[in-house]
Design a protein. Structure first.
Length: 293
C-alpha cells in the first residue's frame, strides 16, 4: 500500500510540471488536494499537504483520449511506474470500458511516494455521474474517467509559473455540490467505516469555504462572482436550476457533518485543528452563500 507523504505544494507542482512534456502542459489542469494547498499556501501550515495522488485533468474533452495516450506513453517511456492501489490490472480489448482501471503512474525512484492519476474533462453531453473512455498503452487498456460537473471545477483555471494550470477553490467546491444534488452513496473503501462518497466530497466543499474565509475577508463576493460567471458559461440559462442543485448537494451532508469533519481534519484541514462547531458554522455560511447565487 502506498503511504502518504507530507509534501510541499510548490515543490510538488514544479516537479509534476517538469515531468509533463512541455507540449502537453496546456492540456493539463491540476485539481484536488494539491490545488487546494497551492491556493491557500499563504495560510499558516497549508502549503504542505499529506497526499499520495495528484489528479491531472486532461482537456479539452474532445482531445482527452489522445492526450492520455500521448502523456501515458511518454511518461512510461521516461520510466514512470504503474500503480494499482485497487488491484485492478490493465484490460484487453474484451474488457468493458467501465471495468478498466484508471492510469496511475509514479515517477522513477518514487514508487512508494506519490503518483499522478489521469482524469478527463467531461463532454458537454455527459449526463451520467461518471463516464469511462478507453485508451491504449503498451501495458494494456486503461479507462479515462470523467465526472459530469468537472467542467465547473476547471473553468478559468489559474495559470502558474510552472506551465500547468490549477483549479480554483470556489469552483472545485461548486462542482462538488452540483455533483451530489443526488448524493453518491458509494462506500469509500479506503476510509474507516466506509463512508459514502458524498460525505467526503461535500465536506471538502465546506472545508474549502472555511479556508477561503480564513484567507480573504472578501471571500463571499469573490466566490459569488466566480460562481455566477462560471454557471453562465457552463450552463447558460440554467442558473436557477444549478442553484437548486448546489443547495441540494450541500443539504445532503447535514446529518453527516461529524463524519465529514473527521475526513476533512485528515485532509485539507489537517494543519488547522478546526472544531466541529466551526465546521458546522462554515456549512451554514456556505448555505447562505449558495442562496445568493
Amino acid at each position: 500500500m502506498i503511504r502518504h507523504q507530507a509534501l510541499d505544494a510548490r515543490e510538488l507542482l514544479q516537479r509534476v510540471a517538469e515531468r509533463v512534456p512541455a507540449h502537453l502542459r496546456a492540456n493539463v489542469v491540476v485539481i484536488g488536494s494539491i490545488a487546494t494547498a497551492w491556493a491557500f499556501r499563504g495560510i499558516s501550515g497549508t502549503h504542505s499537504v499529506a497526499t499520495k495522488d495528484i489528479d491531472l485533468l486532461l482537456r479539452p474533452a474532445v482531445d482527452a483520449v489522445a492526450t492520455a495516450e500521448t502523456l501515458g506513453r511518454e511518461l512510461l517511456d521516461d520510466g514512470w511506474q504503474p500503480q494499482y492501489p485497487n488491484g485492478i490490472q490493465p484490460g484487453t480489448a474484451e474488457t468493458p470500458d467501465d471495468r478498466l482501471p484508471a492510469l496511475r503512474l509514479a515517477p522513477p525512484g518514487e514508487e512508494e511516494g506519490w503518483f499522478v492519476e489521469l482524469l478527463a474533462d467531461p463532454p458537454a453531453s455527459q449526463a451520467t455521474r461518471r463516464h469511462w473512455r478507453r485508451f491504449v498503452t503498451s501495458l494494456g487498456d486503461f479507462g479515462l474517467p470523467s465526472f459530469r460537473h468537472m467542467r465547473v471545477a476547471v473553468h478559468d483555471a489559474e495559470e502558474t509559473e510552472f506551465g500547468v494550470r490549477i483549479a480554483r477553490p470556489a469552483l472545485m467546491a461548486l462542482a462538488h455540490l452540483l455533483e451530489h444534488a443526488d448524493p453518491d452513496r458509494t462506500p469509500i473503501s479506503g476510509l474507516p467505516g466506509n463512508p459514502p462518497r458524498f460525505t467526503k466530497d461535500v465536506g471538502r466543499a465546506v472545508a474549502l469555504w472555511w479556508l477561503a474565509r480564513e484567507q480573504d475577508p472578501m471571500a463571499s463576493e469573490n466566490w459569488l462572482t466566480e460562481w455566477r460567471e462560471t454557471l453562465d458559461v457552463c450552463y447558460p440559462g440554467r442558473k436557477d436550476e444549478m442553484k437548486m442543485a448546489a443547495s441540494a448537494g450541500l443539504a445532503c451532508i447535514v446529518d453527516y457533518l461529524p463524519d465529514a469533519h473527521i475526513i476533512a481534519l485528515n485532509g485539507v484541514l489537517a494543519p488547522h485543528g478546526t472544531t466541529l462547531e466551526a465546521f458546522r458554522r462554515s456549512q451554514d455560511s456556505l448555505r447562505e452563500l449558495v442562496d445568493r447565487i
